[in-house]
Design a protein around this ligand. Sequence first.
Ligand code: CP
Ligand code: NVA
Length: 314
Amino acid sequence: MSLRGFKRRHLLTLLDYSSEEVLRILRVSRELKDLYYSGVRTLDILKGRTLMLIFEKPSTRTRVSLEIAALELGMNVIYSNPNELQLGRGEPIKDTIRVLSRYVDAVAARVFKHESLEEMARYGSVPIINALSDRYHPLQALADALTIWEFKERVRGIKLAFLGDGNCNVARSLIVIGSKLGWEVRIVGPRKYWPDQKLIEDVQSDLRRSGGNIVLTEDVEHGVKNVDVVYTDVWVSMGFEAEAEERIRELRRYQVNMEIMRLAGPDAVFMHCLPAKRGQEVTEDVLESERSVVWEQAENRLHTAKAVLSLLLS
Ligand code: CP
Ligand code: NVA
């Protein structure tokens, strides 16, 4: 496995990575996964380095996959929520990150405002990794692409329908990775929840290069017809709890249920970043069906996290 020559930098959004770099992360993920299943779980690739995790919001998959990935690569891990740091008492992010950069080798942060990550990236001298912000969730998109590659036996030219909140971090990151890999990403939901125009502009040059495209539609039947993947995420993302009632009302028509899977066609798999709200964005029977690949998708968070750390830090 070659880890050399990958440009060391932050990972706030995959917009900053080329298609070749995204593919390289995915290839290394596959190699690390093969090693894992051949019994090689621990490697010395990053022995003695330290990863710091700072999470402003709860997390199961991101936190644990990053911690295990780091440990299996030989790293030490420190986890903290901001309230246990002086950040909670008002020490500026720019001061905190300059100090932490002198102690640790990388910081993964989950934040309410993407601008907090941008400030960390501006002042930090070690790689800052986005562990979810209000705008992007790049680690999730990488695991999603790996899962699609495994189930569809190709990673380019995928047709994916995302139902629900098309401007949430997960949908936006699928748009970004899809634009690198030549996917047709269909955002299916009320116009009010379509991704903002700035994002659509940001991905235009990648779409032209890769041959991908973005479809925005309110029409469920048209949106899901003949896709490879039906994807959804919660209607009320962390930080949007004040809008819960109106979101649940406005997005109700876009629930992924068996009828949607039937409209999508027999080859479509169901994906969800998890955690899922059964009975809202997805029904229990779809989530638990043969067509649901959510557990493999969650597992792939580990293998892709390992690839990201290995490539950015070795
Ligand atoms: N999918 C995801 O990021 O899950 P967590 O919130 O549990 O990390
Ligand atoms: N869009 C969701 C993703 C959770 C992993 C949220 O931000 O809460």
